[in-house]
Design a protein. Sequence first.
Length: 607
Amino acid sequence: MCGIVGYNGKKNATEIVINGLKKLEYRGYDSAGISLVKDGKLITNKEVGRIKNLEESFDFSSLNSNNAIGHTRWATHGVPSKINAHPHVSNDESIAVVHNGIIENYVELRDELTEKGYNFKSQTDTEVIPNLISENYNGDILDAVFKSIDSLKGAYALGIIDGNEPDRLIAVRHSSPLIFAIDKDGYLIASDITSVIEHTNKIIYLEDGDVVDIREDSYTIYDANHNKIEREILEVDYSSQDASKEGYDHFLIKEIHEQPKVLRDVISVKHKDYKINLEDAAFTKEEIENFNKIFITACGTAFHAGEVGKFAIEKLVKVPVVAEIASEFRYKNMFIDDKSLVILVSQSGETADTLAALKEAKKHGAKVLAITNVVGSTIAREADKVIYCYAGPEISVASTKAYTTQVISLYFMAMDIALKAEKISQDEVKEIIENLEKIPSQIEEILEDKENFKEIADEIKDAKSIFYTGRSLDYITAKEGALKLKEISYIHTEAFPSGELKHGSIALIEEGTPVISVATQKDVLEKTLSNNQELTARGAKVISIIENNNVFSKDISEDIIEIPETMDLLTPLLAVIPEQLIAYYTSLLLGNDVDKPRNLAKSVTVE
């Protein structure tokens, strides 16, 4: 989940790498470091904490270099420290390596190298790599890398420089994201496009096993069998402005406010004159008739979107759907076969557990549909079909617009399947899409009421525990709200099905305990209100998220958040907006780093 940047070319590599790391800080911010080659000598500097600490620790303007690699870390092996920070260098201080991923057999490799006289200073798995390359080095860094990666097991994206060959930068991709970018004055490698787009929009999405030998004025790509290969150069539609705050205090609040525009664009792309338009992502009627089981798997917020998708498919297609967290998917007997459809949801398209689920599904012959935000990502390339979310770059670690665009994508997929299965009519599809088209304006209405959310945030910020409740589809929305609040406020927050409270969880309610009740589903509204009365009777401070016409909740709620009325199926798109805003303002009042919550990273590329 770390961030890698490297540059080799005619420009100042040191400056390019430092600035690129700033763009990747959402991927990890425990520590950061840079290695560069100057006057034939390898120079490395590392610091604990944010990129600014690294930037302030040395005069990089005087260390001009044409070849450098950098790293911002999210710790997996070893505590955050200067010793554990990347880049890691070989014992002879000639080879430097930055690494994203995990080396599963590092203990075995470390023991073998120790017997050969190598010393290890850090607690990391990465430190074996530069020493292994050093052990295999015989005058050609590329040959040494080839020999070394054949010994590695796990997931890794690598950037490698060698003081003995100062004009070369080697990049390796294996089960961990890495892109290669082509500028008119040089070449870049990076974990994410955000760190290179200010220099170029010409991108090569490297494939598993690819190794790139980069010189100042040329490059060669080798495949997993070490054969030379050409990869397609894509010109991506992305700008540096997309990755800026544009006047907002934080990326999170910017991305919350981007949702009306983003959803308008996504909805318009996915239909033409109310006819669903998924293009190559759609399954044929014959393929749909062949499916006898449907599975949805994802992690975190994406899993909540998947659960909304499960609800939509079951309601519209009228077939059962199994939703399972991706980290559990391959450890259970899911009874997958060649008549199964497995739907994966991942913002980054690189989520390690979701990729593992993909491989498990493929192993059993299932068809795989990916819903992702990142074109060219591993999940997008390996799935049979892909529905892109078109959310644009989401920089804040807490997901907002990626979630709502995932939900939109799942709605259109469910409608497409239901229509081809003849479970709903074109008129019903049109009605749903017409209601979807109102959602962006309705979100804008909610966003106008900032003061109410600020007041609620102030009321709950000192609570030791906060609970979310809901029934049916509202329970899924409650889970997403609880996750948003806990991950950026650090308050213990948990979601419960409203009907389950009296079966044990209500014992946690004390005088003044905040409970945020999502109450939008009309068919279970009376039961939800009854559960809220039970909470109020035990001293809970109930804050209800309700539709405008819901007059019943007002008598038993201390605070009311009203959202515009829509179809029950579509309420998750509206009810989640107050939850996002409450989480944001609560975190802000507590003085937390809203965009970079502790211990978390945006793209989870380790299992």
